[in-house]
Design a protein around this ligand. Sequence first.
Ligand SMILES: [Zn+2]
Length: 140
Amino acid sequence: MIRATCTDVIVRRLQHGEDLLIAVENVAKEANVHSGVFLLIGALDKASLGFYAGGGRFRPFNIERELEIASCIGNVADEDARIVVHAHMTVVDSDGKTHGGHVLTGCRIYIQAELMIFEMKGTELKRKIDEASGLHVLQA
Ligand SMILES: [Zn+2]
C-alpha cells in the first residue's frame, strides 16, 4: 500500500488532432510529474482501445467516428526512469452506445479535451514487469 498527498493540479487543454496517450505523457514530462492520477474528458474522432487477452497482450480495436469521451481515467508512474501513463476510457457514439477499454496509442482528439493531472507527493509510483502475467504492474 502507498499513501501520498495530491498537491499540484496540472490543467491542459489538448488540441484537435493530438494523440491522447502521447499528449498526456508529454504534459506529465513537461510538468515533471512522475507520480499522479488524471482525469480527462472531451471528444475523439478515432479511438484505439484494447481488451486484455492474457500473456501481456491486448486485443486492439478501433472505432473511427466522432465520439464523446464520457470518462478517461489513469495514472502516471515511472518504469526504468521513463514516465508511463496507464489509462482506461469509456466513449459514447452519437446513438449513445458506449465502448470502453485500455487506452492504446492512436486515440485522436477531436476539437479538444480537458486534462487534469493530480500530482502525488510523498511517494514514487513505480511499474515493473511481472513475469507471470507479462504486465507492467504497479508496485503498491
Ligand atoms: Zn489497462
